[in-house]
Design a protein around this ligand. Structure first.
Ligand code: SAH
Length: 214
């Protein structure tokens, strides 16, 4: 990038994230630190901090910065928590969660994206992010339970295995919708045996493809 990425990130956080009401200091700090331009193709680096999603190949996208910040805030991640992400994509969201101090497990179903993300985690020293190439709708049973689960692709329902692998107390965030590419962002809270579902508004994610997805 020809301009200083740190300054561009500072501006992104101020104008796109803080200005829209996200106050969680840990989220803001992580968004200031993760070099988002390193998670997209070189040809798209100049647009990396713009206020929209970007293509990452294979018909998939890296989410808009605000959406990443909003979902990270909804998860109420505390340092040391075990967090499962379904839909590694570029690896950007996983890096943001790692910067917040989470112990991150992330699953991707497309091999080329999985490999590219692994390479980025190594290069950028996110060495503790655990990756898996698989259908994430089945979760990661060997590593369960998780304090937090984040699905960054939209499915028809909350995959049952993910509900089982969510600890009590725990929070799960997922875009859910009857039609593809138009979903409601759902926050599911498990607390002392009770399940509470909150609708956090409309979103448009790529499809969650798998046994418990489309
Ligand atoms: N979190 C990503 C955005 C990902 S886009 C980022 O920060 O860049 C959604 C991703 O979910 C795509 O890469 C897609 O291949 C993946 N995906 C879709 N269905 C999946 C499934 N069943 N298991 C794992 N990954 C899945």
């Amino acid at each position: 990038m020809s301009v200083d990425p740190k300054r561009v990130r500072e501006k992104m956080v101020r104008e796109q994230i803080e200005a829209r009401g996200i106050k969680d200091e840990e989220v803001l700090r992580a968004m200031r630190r993760v070099p988002r331009h390193m998670f997209v193709d070189e040809a798209l680096q100049a647009q990396a901090y713009a206020d929209h999603p970007l293509p990452i190949g294979h018909g998939q996208t890296i989410s808009q910065p605000y959406v990443v910040a909003m979902m990270s805030a909804m998860l109420e991640v505390k340092p040391g928590m075990k967090v499962l992400e379904i839909g590694t994509g570029s690896g950007y969201q996983a890096a943001v969660l790692a910067e917040m101090g989470a112990d991150v497990y992330t699953v991707e179903r497309i091999k080329a994206l999985y490999q590219a993300a692994r390479q980025r985690f190594n290069q950028l020293k996110y060495l503790y992010v655990k990756t898996k190439l698989d259908d994430g709708t089945a979760g990661w049973p060997e590593q369960a339970p998780f304090d937090r689960i984040l699905v960054t692709a939209g499915g028809p329902e909350v995959p049952a295995p993910l509900m089982e692998q969510l600890d009590d107390p725990g929070i799960l965030v997922i875009p859910v919708g009857e039609s593809k590419r138009h979903q409601q962002l759902l926050r599911v809270i498990k607390d002392r045996g009770e399940i509470k579902r909150e609708n956090m508004g409309s979103v448009a994610f790529v499809d969650l493809v798998g046994k418990f997805g489309w």
